[in-house]
Design a protein around this ligand. Structure first.
Ligand SMILES: [Zn+2]
Length: 137
């Protein structure tokens, strides 16, 4: 597990929440889940917008992310590189969205500041397929 550091006595980053954080996360468990769901929804929106004209564009997007990602682990990318890949697809995150992604998916074991994990983006299509299967049943 990458999150081995523990922040004792830390409280949730969510406004007006004073619950303790969970593990080395910056949020309490319920806000962690809530915020992760929010970002997953954002990633699905990104998927919808990128594949709007051509479904094959998603593959191009993922390929480009991996190209700019960490050489040892292509799930890790600097936030500025993530934003520039999004910009190539004419997508832009709000400051709030960017900050939330950084808080949720910061990588503690990498010295590079501003590195995030984008594993969730790579998994978006798998998730959507799963939903399709469920929808058909
Ligand atoms: Zn909280």
């Amino acid at each position: 597990m990458p999150f081995s550091l523990s922040h004792k006595d830390a409280t949730c980053e969510q406004e007006s929440c004073w619950a303790p954080t969970t593990g080395s996360q910056l949020f309490c468990l319920s806000h962690l889940k809530q915020n992760q769901a929010k970002i997953l929804k954002l990633y699905r929106n990104i998927h919808t917008r990128i594949t709007k004209t051509d479904p094959a564009d998603w593959g191009k997007f993922v390929k480009l992310l991996k190209k700019h990602a960490n050489k040892d682990d292509n799930c890790l990318i600097k936030i500025k590189d993530f934003l520039s890949v999004l910009a190539k697809f004419r997508l832009k995150l709000s400051d709030r969205q960017r900050q939330l992604i950084q808080k949720l998916y910061r990588v503690l074991y990498i010295a590079d500041p501003g590195t995030i994990s984008v594993q969730q983006i790579y998994d978006v299509e798998k998730q959507l397929e799963k939903n399709d299967i469920y929808a058909k049943i």
